[in-house]
Design a protein around this ligand. Structure first.
Ligand SMILES: Cc1cc2nc3c(=O)[nH]c(=O)nc-3n(C[C@H](O)[C@H](O)[C@H](O)COP(=O)(O)OP(=O)(O)OC[C@H]3O[C@@H](n4cnc5c(N)ncnc54)[C@H](O)[C@@H]3O)c2cc1C
Ligand SMILES: NC(=O)c1ccc[n+]([C@@H]2O[C@H](COP(=O)([O-])OP(=O)(O)OC[C@H]3O[C@@H](n4cnc5c(N)ncnc54)[C@H](O)[C@@H]3O)[C@@H](O)[C@H]2O)c1
Length: 454
């Protein structure tokens, strides 16, 4: 069957559904294709389920510390992993059904459930249906990358996706990959009560961060009892009875009951028949896009994780906003105008915006830096959560705020105070002179700016 539309959207992740909303509201006839779960990674196997599980893990952590706050609890703490999973499943399912029913009830939007493959630059096949349109938007996301490491196919391994079905407490969870996914799961399962070991090939965890952030994060996690094997240059896997042995360095191995592989993600670009449309990939296999998110083929756009220009829900959503504004509102928004920002949801969280000190120096800025341990932040002291530090980097000549790091309680929220000033292109004295609410973490940001050092 042939179907003609004004636009085809492939993928119901973070950019596709809101784009369908804007295009149909503008009177366009839209086809939206989803092959698996509405809401994509964030809703089903990424942000939402992990942050829900992290909330359960934090509850356990707070209970363990109860006596410090004068709260006496009789008996031992016990996790009911069935309840933990059921709570996570409900949050995920509610969100998935919300996206699905929104799209299926959207006037002007026809939903096709199946795998889409290009037949030409203007058409895609989904099962028996051949869809054609002048504009095609790819929001196909990515999946866990599983490299051909020695022995990987001889052992049962988990990814962020299969972790979602786990309803038991691993005796010993070994996590290969010490970055965002690995560290969030590491602390979560340690707090649930598992022994946890992180095996990382590089010399430090979260290697995109400055070394002082990596070491502070590792120290926080080690204090909770998580073991780290860094510089693991002999990663290999073997069965040991019902357990799994993970080779780390020459002659050394870690044996655990469960294995999570979290060594990065790859885009879902290999099964789209992009060659039939002539869409070019970059060297890493991501769909190459210009400042407006358009591919080398006019009329075909790529949004979200599949374009390699961001790897977060907010970057996927921002891609949607740029495309919608340019196509429907006559704007000229550009990808390069957005400011990098994200959080790592260990507890306390790591909030990041813009350049780190090392990145700023590398980019040629003369820098001044404000730095304060959370132990000198009243709000953190009151809450007895004094791990971490806050740090801000400004340009010594222009007074522009270049970036900031808040590793500490409330860091994921407080960082927005700095992000928004950067978006407004305000020089740092504007933020320094703002009166902030006491007692908050953010109230120390003006203080930090009064303590800048070269
Ligand atoms: C464990 C984990 C935790 C995370 N935590 C956070 C976090 O806290 N904060 C944050 O900002 N980001 C987080 N992320 C990243 C975030 O989930 C992703 O950046 C985001 O979901 C990307 O959205 P997207 O729309 O690009 O793609 P996706 O959400 O992956 O959506 C793509 C959709 O396209 C569909 N699809 C693919 N190919 C086809 C095809 N050929 N035909 C039809 N349909 C197709 C897929 O089924 C999928 O539904 C996390 C990721 C993981 C894995
Ligand atoms: N809070 C958040 O926003 C959040 C949370 C989780 C994931 N995410 C997104 O998901 C993406 C993927 O996260 P990730 O942690 O899987 O990947 P990553 O690319 O950030 O890190 C992969 C890690 O695995 C290590 N590694 C690679 N090969 C290895 C090997 N053979 N043996 C041992 N270690 C190896 C790397 O050195 C690196 O530390 C992130 O880029 C992020 O955008 C975001």
């Amino acid at each position: 069957m042939n179907h003609s539309f004004d636009a085809i959207i492939v993928g119901a992740g973070q950019a596709g559904p809101p784009l369908a909303g804007r295009l149909t509201a503008a009177g366009q006839r839209v086809a939206l294709v989803e092959r698996q779960l509405f809401g994509g990674t964030c809703v089903n196997t990424g942000c939402m389920p992990t942050k829900t599980l992290i909330a359960s893990a934090r509850a356990a952590h707070v209970v363990r510390r109860a006596a410090e706050f004068g709260v006496q609890i009789a008996g031992n703490l016990a996790m009911d992993m069935q309840v933990v999973k059921a709570r996570k499943d409900k949050v995920t399912l509610d969100a998935r059904h919300g996206v699905e029913s929104w799209l299926k009830g959207m006037a002007g939007c026809t939903v096709f459930e199946g795998h889409a493959r290009f037949e030409s630059a203007r058409s895609l096949r989904v099962g028996d249906a051949l869809l054609s349109a002048e504009r095609i938007f790819l929001n196909v996301g990515g999946r866990a990358s599983i490299p051909e490491l020695p022995g990987i196919h001889e052992v049962p391994y988990l990814t962020n996706t299969s972790m979602m079905a786990l309803a038991e407490l691993p005796r010993h969870l070994v996590i290969v990959g010490g970055s965002y996914i690995g560290l969030e799961f590491a602390q979560m399962y340690r707090r649930f009560g598992s022994a946890v070991t992180v095996v990382e090939r590089g010399p430090r965890t979260i290697s995109r961060e400055d070394a002082e952030v990596s070491s502070a994060v590792q120290a926080i996690l080690e204090r909770e009892g998580i073991a780290f094997h860094l510089n693991a240059d002999s990663i290999r896997f073997a069965r040991r009875g019902s357990d799994i042995a993970v080779g780390t360095t020459a002659g050394a191995e870690v044996v655990g009951s469960h294995l999570l592989v979290a060594v990065g993600r790859r885009p879902n670009t290999d099964d789209l028949a992009l060659d039939k449309a002539g869409v070019a990939l970059d060297a890493r296999g991501y769909i190459a896009v210009d400042e407006q998110l358009q591919t080398n083929v006019p009329g075909i756009y790529a949004l979200g994780d599949c374009n390699g220009r961001g790897a977060f829900t907010h970057t996927a959503y921002n891609d949607f906003e740029i495309v919608a504004a340019n196509l429907l509102d006559g704007a000229n928004r550009k990808l390069s105008e957005r400011i990098d920002t994200y959080a790592l949801y260990i507890d306390p969280p790591l909030g990041r915006v813009g350049l780190s000190p090392a990145q700023a120096r590398k980019a040629g800025h003369g820098v001044r830096i404000g730095m304060r341990p959370m132990a000198r932040v009243g709000r953190a002291v009151e809450k007895a959560e004094t791990d971490g530090f806050m740090q801000i980097v400004v340009d010594a000549q222009t007074q522009a705020i270049l970036g900031a790091t808040i590793l500490g309680v409330g860091g994921d929220e407080a960082i927005h105070s700095i992000l928004d000033m950067m978006a407004a292109k305000a020089p740092y004295p504007v933020l320094q002179q703002a009166m902030h609410i006491h007692p908050t973490v953010a109230e120390l940001i003006p203080t930090l700016l009064g303590e800048l050092k070269p």
